[in-house]
Design a protein around this ligand. Structure first.
Ligand code: GTR
Length: 326
């Protein structure tokens, strides 16, 4: 199945079917990737973007959404998007920090004060500026979706303080900044793709991971990693990427239509987030998981402080700008 999909992908990355040579009649099918299933807020956001595009273009432009990492892991799909084999890709900022290091600032622990603060930063000047850096890497940034807060969960014990994390093997995304953070806490960071985590937890290759409630539950990590500690160490946004290779084939009018559809899908995606979090917490509690919320966050904040020093030189101007946003 996967081979077949990849083949179609290589043959028709962007399917332009000219009818009578008229630009108005060209049909454009954009291939979009997401590593969550169809009901997840990010995938729903892409579907909304597709609906809007279809409506505004009278059916001329559509989006074919491939959910559940059908087109590959996040790292693979980022490369395929740069190569023009995937047109639209919704990914998390963490893996993108390997390509555009300035984005590490959004991945720093406790950098955002609230969801509203994060929205003001990413929707404002700074978010716009950092998206420009993507262009020379073959990508166009179209907007930021919500991903809530990431916290630690594991199969061994309730984590109440950073000391409880010592020695645990914690799965992380393939991103240097997250590895440094986990290492700084005395745990062992194990980089692996999102798709491998379920088995990694089941087989004990990793003791735990870190993510938001919806990912913990929808990917069924909670079946093995039954202790979730709401330390809320990061609020790393998601981003909608567009392939520059495809982008350059489009008319400025169509580019504008796509930008607008992506922009309008953002409030829709964000409006789904909180309900998804509550639903996930309910499911985990019904399944008998332990959610630890009564912790003192201060020692976590202090233990993660060294990551700032490690990246201070390169990130300080951006960190200061984030902090100055009210
Ligand atoms: C989720 C994110 C996914 C993926 C995943 C991970 O929060 O939505 O796209 O990045 O985290 O940890 O790999």
């Amino acid at each position: 199945m996967k081979r077949l999909l990849m083949l179609t992908l290589f043959l028709f990355p962007l399917c332009l079917v000219p009818a009578g040579g008229k630009r108005e009649a060209e049909r454009i099918v954009l291939k979009a990737a997401d590593d969550h299933e169809l009901t997840y807020p990010t995938t729903q956001g892409l579907l909304k973007m597709g609906e809007l595009l279809e409506e505004w273009s009278d059916g001329r432009i559509t989006i074919a959404v491939y959910p559940s990492a059908q087109l590959g892991s996040e790292r693979e799909t980022i490369q395929l998007t740069r190569a023009g084999q995937i047109d639209i890709n919704r990914v998390n900022i963490n893996p993108l920090t390997q390509i555009v290091p300035e984005f590490k600032a959004f991945a720093l622990p406790y950098i955002f004060r609230s969801a509203e603060h994060m929205h003001r930063v990413v929707d404002g000047e700074l978010g716009h500026e950092l998206m420009q850096y993507l262009e020379e890497k073959g990508l166009i940034g179209l907007g930021f979706y919500d991903s809530g807060q990431r916290s630690f969960y594991n199969s061994m014990r309730p984590i109440r303080s950073p000391d409880d994390l010592r020695g645990l093997r914690i799965r992380v995304q393939k991103a240097e900044i997250v590895m440094n953070m986990v290492r700084g806490l005395g745990a062992v960071p194990i980089p692996m793709s999102f798709e491998e985590v379920y088995t990694g937890l089941q087989t004990g290759v990793v003791h735990g991971a870190e993510n938001n409630y919806p990912s913990w539950v929808t990917k069924r990590h909670f079946e093995t990693a039954r202790y979730y500690t709401q330390d809320e160490h990061s609020r790393v946004p998601e981003i909608i990427l567009f392939s520059k290779k495809t982008w350059d084939l489009l008319t400025p009018e169509d580019q504008e239509l796509i930008r607008r559809a992506a922009r309008d899908s953002v409030p829709f995606q964000r409006s789904l987030w909180e309900a998804m979090v509550s639903e996930s917490i309910d499911k985990a509690l019904v399944a008998g998981c332990r959610i630890i919320t009564d912790i003192d966050k201060k020692p976590f904040i202090e233990a993660m402080e060294p990551v700032y020093n490690e990246h201070a030189a390169e990130l300080m101007p951006i960190i200061e700008r984030i902090r100055s946003v009210p």
